[in-house]
Design a protein around this ligand. Structure first.
Ligand code: SF4
Length: 373
């Protein structure tokens, strides 16, 4: 069981909060798709198990011209057994979703769409540089549902500049009432090298207070429960049976191969990362060379990755796995560290799993620090 990730690093424009690698310059797009397929041939032997998920992310994969999306998916068809796939996701932005696009992705075997909505308040969308409006998002969801796409995930952001608790509730209510199978809700993070970060440094925007962020998170978990969503990772919620398989496999340390610039890979032992220079990527791949850099991890770093990823999920750390993998001494230290959080109700042990209590997940970073070696 393993995942295939394909990074499409092109966007119509750059959103103010985004630090993913993407560019609005699309002159290399055709050569880039050819290189993805060549990179697959060069690197597929790194992963020994069958691919059970494919995720085309970005950037904005929904901006790919029809002929390039067909070329990409048909190219992968030669190598990946599509019958073995449990999930095939593409990311989309609302302004790209049309009836024709839905028909196209369904005909290619794509079964799930993850759409960036971020807010249902037009002034907030404009402020953060999104190109679509709330009604574009509502229309896009209706178009997908009419076309028969049943596995749809929507992304929202909370803690946006000038976003009140009421406005957050309104965005959530609008999304949840549409009955999507899945949604993700992220607390806005001010990443260096983004426009929002610069604006905050210049005093032109104010970060949401910790108190407001906590209230927004409280509303989020209450409303998700009311609409029958399962909260299974700090930012992810699903209807029963609709957890994101590809992302869940990352959190379970399953192998994955990432193709394209800035994509990451993990073969079960070693992590690799592709640098983020599109022209250099195409040139290197076309000359028959791999473009990835090996990230040598120490035992401690592997341990810390496991802690960070596990404690973001509602299931948390499997204590039996932890003991068998990291040894008795570390296990005893883990339990000793956890005791303080268990006593104050911030962590729980249930079914031999140690996890952060749902209402405290927003401060998971602070708790995790104590478990890092
Ligand atoms: S569309 Fe997505 S990837 Fe592109 S700039 Fe905006 S947030 Fe970043």
């Amino acid at each position: 069981m393993s995942g295939l990730y394909i990074h499409i690093p092109f966007c119509h424009s750059k959103c103010a909060y985004c630090d993913f690698f993407s560019t609005p310059r699309k002159e290399t797009i055709e050569g880039y798709i050819d290189s993805i397929l060549t990179e697959y041939e060069l690197r597929c032997s790194e992963i020994s198990s069958k691919f059970t998920t494919i995720y085309i992310g970005g950037g904005t994969p929904s901006l790919l011209p029809e002929k390039l999306l067909i070329k990409l998916v048909n190219g992968l068809c030669k190598y990946v057994e599509f019958e073995s796939l449990e999930e095939f996701t593409i990311e989309a932005n609302p302004e790209d979703v049309t009836e024709e696009w839905c028909k196209l992705i369904l005909s290619l075997g794509i079964t799930r769409v993850s759409m960036g909505i971020q807010s249902f308040d037009d002034s907030q969308l404009k402020f953060i540089g999104r190109r679509h409006t709330a009604s574009d998002a509502i229309r896009a969801i209706a178009v997908m549902q009419r076309a028969g796409i049943t596995n749809i995930s929507g992304d929202l952001i909370y803690g946006l500049p000038n976003q009140t608790l009421e406005s957050w509730k309104d965005s959530l209510e609008r999304l949840l009432s549409m009955g999507l199978s899945h949604f993700s809700a992220y607390l806005l993070s001010y990443e260096p090298a983004t426009r929002l970060y610069v604006m905050r440094e210049q005093g032109r925007v104010k970060e949401a207070s910790e108190e407001l962020a906590q209230q927004m998170y409280g509303v989020l978990i209450d409303m998700a429960r009311r609409y029958n969503y399962e909260h299974y990772e700090i930012s992810n919620f699903s209807k029963p049976g609709c957890k994101a398989v590809h992302n869940s496999n990352y959190w379970r340390d399953m192998p994955y191969l990432g193709l394209g610039v800035s994509a990451h890979s993990f073969d079960g032992m070693n992590r690799r990362c592709n640098p983020n220079n599109i022209k250099a990527y195409i040139k290197t791949i076309e000359s028959g060379e791999k473009y990835c850099e090996e990230e040598i991890e120490t035992e401690d770093e592997r341990h810390n990755d496991y802690i960070i990823v596990s404690l973001r999920t509602i299931d948390g750390i499997s204590l039996s796995y932890y003991k068998s993998h990291w040894g008795e001494l570390r296990y005893n230290q883990l339990i000793e560290t956890a005791q303080h959080y268990i006593n104050n109700g911030q962590m729980i042990i249930k079914n031999n799993q140690l996890s952060i209590a749902e209402e405290h997940m927003l401060i998971s970073d602070r708790i995790m620090v104590d478990f890092i070696v």
